[in-house]
Design a protein around this ligand. Structure first.
Ligand SMILES: [Zn+2]
Length: 357
């Protein structure tokens, strides 16, 4: 009888491997924690951001956890120390605790840094690197979370506003629109622990697959066959529990299909997306593009405050898991060329035609 972890641990899928290899080549620190790579020729494993020379693709293996790497005989690299919690992560974790407990106070970066025991530059750098957002933005997100919780517990809007320190209702609505349903999580870990239900529906642009967690819509795919789309979903979330839905989110599906057919949004759709802070900003910006109009990648890069990140914006568009709901089809090249679309360029063209009409 065979033992060994490969029977229990899901393998990294080919699609994920391709993404992980890109992140490895880019030494993308945002991918730290999402996976590790092992070098077969040296039997050493590293974080994606490791400064060491890149191995050849054929010598590289990917693991979700350091345990998997070590069970297969790989030893931790001495440079990137993949078996230790990175200092920047510890700093952000401590700061998040401080911010959470002092949510009513005006945010004071210097005071938070003092409590964490680092100087403000180190704090800001750790935030930029690990969270992709400023300490102030995290404070705002935490405040909103508390606000939502208070409403959930049956408090009136005014009470919740008062308790969370918001000056006026309009400020909350501005913010809640921007944050709604977007988990400021780090890189997805193959959907570990997620329970995803899915269903498919027909549209004039082919099959539409809608998947959701108990918190909201997590994937909207377009294609020619339901089986192929389901395969993509499993590829995207190899560690999630995926099962068919039995009519529970029929209204969401109906809304999404009507948007595919070019209708204006009729109901709000809760979203449950795992995103890096940068992806989250781009996707929020995409949701602000009015129906019937388009933006260029550079315009989006400027709008998210990072005018030089045009290619990163294009990547964030390409990795948008909820087509239609986050309308990545409304982003085109500066010369008017439609550029790519994960679900086929002709679908993008038709979607835009319908919205213009
Ligand atoms: Zn290393």
């Amino acid at each position: 009888m065979r033992t060994g972890i490969e029977q229990i641990e899901p393998r990294v899928s080919p699609g994920a491997e391709a993404r992980y290899w890109q992140a490895t080549l880019a030494r993308d620190s945002r991918a730290d924690g999402a996976f590790f790579f092992g070098v077969k020729s040296t039997q050493i494993y590293c974080r994606p951001s490791c400064p060491a020379r890149r191995p050849l693709r054929k010598n590289t293996l990917f693991f979700f956890t350091k345990q998997e790497a070590e069970l297969q005989g790989f030893r931790p690299c001495r440079r990137c120390k993949p078996n230790e919690i990175p200092a920047a992560v510890r700093i952000v974790q401590r700061a998040a605790q401080v911010l959470q407990s002092e949510i009513d106070d005006a945010m004071n970066v210097a005071a938070v840094a003092r409590k964490v025991g680092v100087n403000t530059d180190v704090l800001r750098r750790a935030f930029r690197q690990q969270a992709g957002l400023t300490p102030k933005e995290l404070a705002a997100a935490l405040r909103l979370k508390k606000f939502k919780k208070l409403l959930h517990e049956g408090n009136s809007i005014t009470d919740a506003l008062y308790a969370t320190g918001y000056g006026s209702a309009s400020r909350v609505y501005e913010r809640s629109d921007a944050h709604l349903g977007m988990t400021p999580a780090t890189y997805q870990k193959g959907g570990n622990g997620m329970k995803i239900r899915y269903t498919t529906a027909k549209s004039s642009l082919g099959e539409v697959l809608v998947a959701a967690t108990e918190r909201g819509v997590s994937a909207v795919y377009l294609g020619d066959g339901g089986a192929k789309l389901l395969e993509e979903l499993r590829d995207e979330y190899p560690r999630a529990e995926i099962s068919p839905e039995k009519g529970g989110f029929a209204q969401w599906v109906e809304e999404i299909v009507s948007r595919v057919e070019g209708s204006a949004p009729r109901r709000e759709l809760p979203l449950d997306l795992q995103a890096t802070a940068f992806q989250r900003r781009v996707w929020q910006e995409l949701q602000r593009i009015p129906r019937g109009t388009t933006r260029t990648y550079s315009q989006i890069a400027r709008a998210v405050g990072n005018p030089r990140a045009v290619r990163a914006v294009a990547r964030a568009c390409a990795t948008n898991p909820v087509s239609i709901v986050v309308p990545c089809h409304r982003v085109v090249r500066a010369d008017g060329n439609l550029a790519g679309y994960r679900w086929g360029i002709s679908r993008k063209e038709k979607l835009l035609e319908r919205e213009h009409a």
